[in-house]
Design a protein around this ligand. Sequence first.
Ligand SMILES: Cc1ncc(COP(=O)(O)O)c(C=O)c1O
Length: 392
Amino acid sequence: MDLGKRFSRARALFPHTRKVVYLNSASYGPFSTLVKKAIDDNVSLRLRADRDDSHDAFAAADELRSVYARMIGARKREVGIGLNTSFGLNIAAFGLPLKRGDEILMSDFEFPAVPYTWRAAAEARGLKLKFIRSKQKHVALDDVQKALTKRSRVLCVSWVQFFNGFKNDLAALSELCHSNRVWLVVDGIQGMGVEPINVRKLGVDVFASGCQKWMLSPQGGGFFYLSDAVRDKLAYSSMSWLGVDWKMNFTDMFRFDLPYFDSARRFELGYYAVLNLHGMKASAGLIENLGIRNIRKHNHTLIDRLADYIRGKPLYTITSSMDKAHRSSIFTFTCPGYKKLHRELLKRRIILVEREGSIRVSVHLFNNERDIDRLIAILDRFAKTGSRTAGA
Ligand SMILES: Cc1ncc(COP(=O)(O)O)c(C=O)c1O
């Protein structure tokens, strides 16, 4: 089947597409009927309660570790299942081998999941947070270089910036980090599912992502990658009975000396959010089947259609990068009266958000040209009439 048809078929799995134009996957992804069915099936099973299904979750988690590992170019043993992005960031912040006075670098426009996690770790461990001032609204290599000192030990950075979609050059940042004995911790959520990545090749030490956005999974499900090199150096900030290998033998429970898993799994915490696991499996399957490279191409083509229109209208200014190396599935633009425009768009069932002075358009696999044209039609009307009476 040709790619266009496969994307049309995928779109048909998302009921919302019949009612609204959803351009907000950078906030939360919508559900497909595949996710609904996977969760419904599990709810039905629990309602019947006619068999012990407790082991199903172990199988689902195991499958997910494999899928996520494939998607990010990791080994399965380097991937663990968590709740969200913060889960993995916390493993790094409280576990990395750091000493009092060590510096943690991050930009001064990170999503709060990054600074708040590290702030608490800094308070508890006597670390120093250092915010990199950048005028360019992304993590510029020069600025990182200037901020590095002998005490710098961690750079924590978003793969893709949430507010303008700028995709950071992880290869260059990784090189810089490793030549200065600095760990690279990546908040991956805004690229996960729409940008290909190979964390091992890039030399990322820790990668954390929730799956509630571009991965189109239920909220409260995510995963983390801990490289083979970093895993055994991490202290445990938390531990659970499922951090050790029971070899699926849960009838002899008074064994308190079992070895920890020799994998990222030992950082998982207790039993699973089972309904989520089933939803996560369904959505990851859809994304893997379509292929992340294909999804990126699909999204960029739609964004190009919108960008072409925007470029032709003096009222509007593109605020995201269109540079091949730095663009993503987030496109942002602004205009005088953008808040009024945002309200207008919502009224017309175009679901998106404004962020940091721009309208943020998140394009995903279920969007098509008609969606973009509906958005353009409203922008066109606003350019002709609405903007005249607009105060931002
Ligand atoms: C860059 C980034 N990191 C993290 C999050 C969310 O963190 P968590 O998955 O821990 O809720 C968001 C958005 O909600 C985000 O845009």
